[in-house]
Design a protein around this ligand. Sequence first.
Ligand SMILES: Nc1ncnc2c1ncn2[C@@H]1O[C@H](COP(=O)(O)OP(=O)(O)O)[C@@H](O)[C@H]1O
Ligand SMILES: [Mg+2]
Length: 252
Amino acid sequence: MAKILAFTNQKGGVAKTTTTLNLGVAFQELGHSVLAADLDPQGNLTMSLGLNPDTVRPSMYDVLTGGVGIERVIHQRELDVAVASIDLAAVEIALSSLIGRERALSKALMQVADRYDYILIDTPPSLGLLTVNALTAADAVIVPVQCEYLSLRGLAQLERTLELVRENLNPRVHIAGIVPTMYDPRTLHGREAVEVLRSSFGDLVFQTTINKTIRFAEAPVRGESVLKYAPDSQAAKAYRQLAREVLNGKKI
Ligand SMILES: Nc1ncnc2c1ncn2[C@@H]1O[C@H](COP(=O)(O)OP(=O)(O)O)[C@@H](O)[C@H]1O
Ligand SMILES: [Mg+2]
């Protein structure tokens, strides 16, 4: 059965989507089969894999609300991806009166969990029903955090949400680790932010930091991961190192 990992931080622009994609490709390079599920109505992961969230149908919206089998929304690209479309934004209303609305994703993923080693869920920048569905389905959560002070503050709120999910929906879900992203080692601010993160969260912070580089903006334009677009770059190496750390760390 697949291990299910959610990539979550209610702050936008912290590299959730970038980390889901590139860590997924790094897992594949190590011989694992991977499904990426796009749960963000903005569809950035779907787009990064060369599909158009404005036109692609059916999507995770239909899976979560209409009982469409998840295999029907999985597209084989650099990673297998269960696609998002913009109508996913309406899922919270469509599901709001349904019993078991927090478990819709978990149920859907069970249909394919025996076909993959890892299922990686990219979540929207909020702690709403879509993210709660991801946390309910997940074995563990990976939290990308941009290396600057302001983005460290949301973590307490995320931990409270996780506590509620553990109490009510999914007792096993836990934070596997925090990934410092967009790190600029040349700035004092960046170095201090990583220090604050490590002194506050200790072992929960992965040793691997992902440095700031323009490669991450270039690759999705081609519909490729950084590992494919620039295989020998520091950026690609960092995600390969993170993959080994996640897999060997026994926290997932
Ligand atoms: N290490 C990095 N260095 C520089 N830019 C990055 C890095 N990681 C991600 N980005 C860029 O930052 C923006 C936000 O990243 P994204 O993964 O979409 O964040 P989120 O999914 O959390 O909103 C994107 O334009 C992405 O290409
Ligand atoms: Mg995103």
